[in-house]
Write a protein that binds this ligand. Structure first.
Ligand SMILES: [Zn+2]
Length: 538
């Protein structure tokens, strides 16, 4: 049966009257007499509904009468893109924007957008349409560089456009011009996704590339020090990676590499034609380099068996008398050297904080008292922040999988992931029986989930509004552009917006997020999400 159009009238989900029949609600308690009046009936407490009564809500992002508020983010819904992007990709804190600044400050609401450019569509939703304009590339406003979208106006028989972001007009290139219908819209508006959809993927022409699109690369950096070996984390990591080699997407193009570290760093050459990988030890952890960088990465299809053999033998090689020292900071530097020519995703599986080499972290918690404990929330020093920025520059994204038994200085280490668009997973205290399935699943998802590579993201707003700040995992080198070495389908960021001047009357407030990225298939694209919202005077 087709899903119903939301809840029937009078049965608003979460309303007290409907709550007792709501699926999943706690059963009403059998109470009687005076006792009933004392106790609070949980069914009577209003709470946000997580499920509509009958299937998913259908939501069209625009209708003839304008824009309606999107369904709550914690409900099930199916979106039809009708000229505004889906709320999965971009959602504003307000669905009607106040015209005047005074009105805005009176209502004290945060002004901003939650952006998740690579979000996965739900079942029943169309994916983002791909538009190839050839060498011409997408039409962009000459003044503000906004991308063509359903809210661009065309005039003078379709030869000129007016930008909905800055109001500037410009000539439409001849090969893109089209006659207008009686309603003033282009006759081809319904055939061109960029003129009728809020979200499109433009194929990027060569002008948008500084180098050929990169191949997907996964590099595993494993802690082989005593803490990791004795807790079982090292063996679990080796076994998980071995199992996952078969699930790597595009095994004919994707490259993998592996290194281990304790008081020194061990790299493994995956040169084709060897029976087993040759181990290369880098004992100088103060001045790390990557030995024979050409063979540290191998195409999965070509080196899978060699790597599987290595991962089988690693736990036995490190079982007896593993060193207590862990040169994690130096090892990350070494892995970055290995990844500089290609970029890629670096998985760091660590059980202890760095104790030797670059970026040593002391146990700050031990010496903290009630007056200094708040300092633990800030990094001890900027070493890992700078290392993260260096990684971002070479399109290296760092994921931290931390498996300590006790305290680990996360505040100092996490800038590595934050500056590079990576993730932090913490399993503490690491227990192989409980945590190894989770470690396997988290690693698997990090490898197989849809991901955009070497991304550059920018959010534009229409006249009267400006972007003030960005919050999330990325590296920001300029006021407007964010570098995101890898942006997966789970990554979202918050963009705060400021009212600069009175919004132009008769216009909508428009927002556009553009992500220039490389697909895992090796195509350079620009994903553009546009949201145009009504402006209100009251
Ligand atoms: Zn413009």
């Amino acid at each position: 049966a087709a899903p119903a159009m939301g809840a029937p009238p009078g049965a608003r989900p979460g309303a007290p009257a409907a709550a007792p029949t709501k699926p999943g609600a706690p059963p009403a308690q059998a109470t009687s007499g005076a006792k009933a009046s004392e106790r609070i009936d949980p069914a009577q407490i209003p709470r946000a509904s997580s499920k509509p009564l009958f299937g998913a809500t259908q939501y069209a992002t625009r209708t003839v009468s304008g824009v309606t508020s999107p369904p709550a983010a914690n409900t099930e819904f199916v979106v039809q893109d009708a000229g505004n992007c889906s709320p999965r990709y971009m959602r504003a804190t307000l669905n009607q924007w106040p015209e005047r600044f005074e009105l805005m400050s009176m209502c004290s609401m945060p002004l901003g957008l939650i952006v998740q450019p690579m979000a996965s569509p739900a079942q029943g939703e169309e994916g983002v349409a791909v538009v190839d304009m050839g060498e011409m590339g997408p039409l962009r406003c000459l003044r503000c560089k906004a991308y063509v979208n359903p809210h661009f106006r065309f005039n003078e028989q379709g030869r000129r456009y007016t930008c909905n972001f800055c109001g500037a007009s410009g000539d439409v290139p001849q090969q893109y011009a089209c006659a207008l219908g009686a309603d003033g819209r282009r006759l081809d508006a319904h055939e061109r996704p960029e003129l009728c959809r809020g979200s499109v993927d433009f194929v990027a022409p060569d002008a948008y590339m500084v180098r050929p699109p990169m191949d997907p690369v996964f590099f595993f950096l494993l802690d082989a020090s005593a803490a990791s070996v004795t807790s079982g984390a090292f063996e679990n990591a080796c076994r998980s990676i071995k199992q996952l080699l078969g699930s790597v997407p595009h095994p004919g193009r994707t490259k993998v590499g592996l290194a281990t570290y304790d008081r020194a760093i061990n790299f493994y050459s995956l040169k084709p034609g060897q029976t087993q990988p040759a181990m290369m030890v880098v004992p100088d952890i103060a001045n790390v380099y990557a030995p024979c960088p050409k063979y540290l990465l191998g195409v999965v299809d070509e080196c899978k068996e060699m790597l599987e053999g290595l991962l089988d033998s690693l736990p036995a090689m490190h079982r007896d008398y593993p060193p207590r020292e862990a040169a994690m900071g130096s090892a990350v530097k070494g892995a970055l050297e290995a990844l500089k020519p290609t970029g890629g995703r670096l998985f760091v599986l660590a059980s202890s904080a760095p104790t030797v080499g670059v970026g040593v972290l002391k146990d700050r918690q031990a010496g903290a008292n009630s007056e200094t404990v708040h300092k633990l929330a800030a990094p001890a020093d900027p070493t890992y922040f700078r290392m993260g920025q260096a990684c971002a520059e070479y399109q290296v994204c760092v994921d931290l999988f931390l498996t300590p038994q006790g305290y680990m200085d996360l505040a100092s280490l996490t800038p590595l992931a934050r500056e590079t668009g990576g993730d932090v997973q913490l399993y503490t205290p690491y227990n192989p029986a409980l945590d190894s399935p989770k470690l396997f699943n988290d690693l698997r998802w990090a490898i197989v989930r849809p991901t955009a590579l070497e991304g550059v993201l920018r959010v534009r707003t229409s006249q009267g509004l400006t972007v003030t700040d960005h919050y999330g995992h990325f590296c920001q080198r300029s006021a407007t552009d964010l570098d995101v070495p890898q942006m997966d389908c789970d990554k979202a960021l918050y963009v705060s917006v400021k009212h600069e001047e009175r919004l132009p009357s008769g216009m909508e407030a428009a927002f556009q997020c553009a992500l220039l990225y490389t697909t895992t298939e090796g195509q350079r694209r620009i994903r553009v999400h546009t949201l145009s919202l009504p402006v209100t005077e009251v």
